[in-house]
Design a protein. Structure first.
Length: 221
């Protein structure tokens, strides 16, 4: 069966890897991208819409597919204005879920974060928790929320705090075993692989913790 995927955030660290995986997957005939910037890949599978993602709801007629992969996210250092931050990290995924519901798209997969909690006193964690809550309220049949720990890999932009964190985590990673495995730094390739697998399989869990992401990503049939 040929499928159409929608990706939000295909120019980001995880989204760009996911795009390459879906292009290589023969099950996908079309990959629709909603982005601010163009991707470098010239595959004929790609249908690209360069838009203001904060106005995503205006593109309902183009938001047609079988699966939605939402890889949108920002940081406090990149987006210092909290109102704008929330419009990105909360508003875009929730708008995408709302459009998916309206257009009868039955699979919605979004990257959140470890520590997401609607009751958290931390703005970042609370915003992610509110996003998760309101995405789930759309009651899309196959909704999966991924909660990765610190994401490794090399970004196109420099993030000082994240660089320090990655350096520390690379040393501590071997120590995270058993119940602590969910705290291990995770590679974006593993997140992208997990997203692709979840789109074609049925899971009982809607919230996918970082250790479960690793398990799914590295599963061999």
């Amino acid at each position: 069966m040929s499928k159409t995927a929608i990706i939000l955030g295909a120019t980001g660290l995880t989204g760009s890897i996911l795009l390459e995986k879906l292009i290589a997957n023969n099950y996908y005939k079309k990959i629709i991208l909603f982005s601010r910037n163009s991707v470098t890949n010239t595959s004929t599978k790609i249908e690209e819409h360069l838009i203001d993602l904060l106005k995503l709801e205006e593109y309902k007629d183009q938001f047609i597919g079988d699966e939605v992969f939402c890889c949108i996210g920002t940081t406090g250092s990149k987006t210092k204005n909290k109102k704008l931050y929330k419009r990105i990290d909360y508003g875009i995924p929730v708008s995408a879920a709302n459009l998916a519901k309206q257009n009868n798209i039955n699979t919605f997969i979004v990257i959140s974060s470890m520590g997401a909690d609607v009751e958290s006193s931390m703005f970042y964690n609370r915003t992610k928790g509110e996003m998760e809550r309101d995405v789930l309220q759309q009651n899309i049949k196959n909704t999966f929320i991924l909660r990765p720990s610190l994401i490794g890999g090399k970004r196109n932009e420099f993030r000082f705090g994240e660089k320090i964190g990655k350096g520390i985590m690379s040393i501590l990673n071997p120590l995270f075993m058993g119940n602590l495995k969910k705290y291990k730094m995770i590679h974006p390739k593993e997140i992208a692989n997990c997203m692709q697998i979840l789109a074609s399989k049925t899971e009982n869990e809607r919230i996918i913790s970082s250790d479960k992401i690793l398990t799914i990503a590295n599963y061999k049939e």
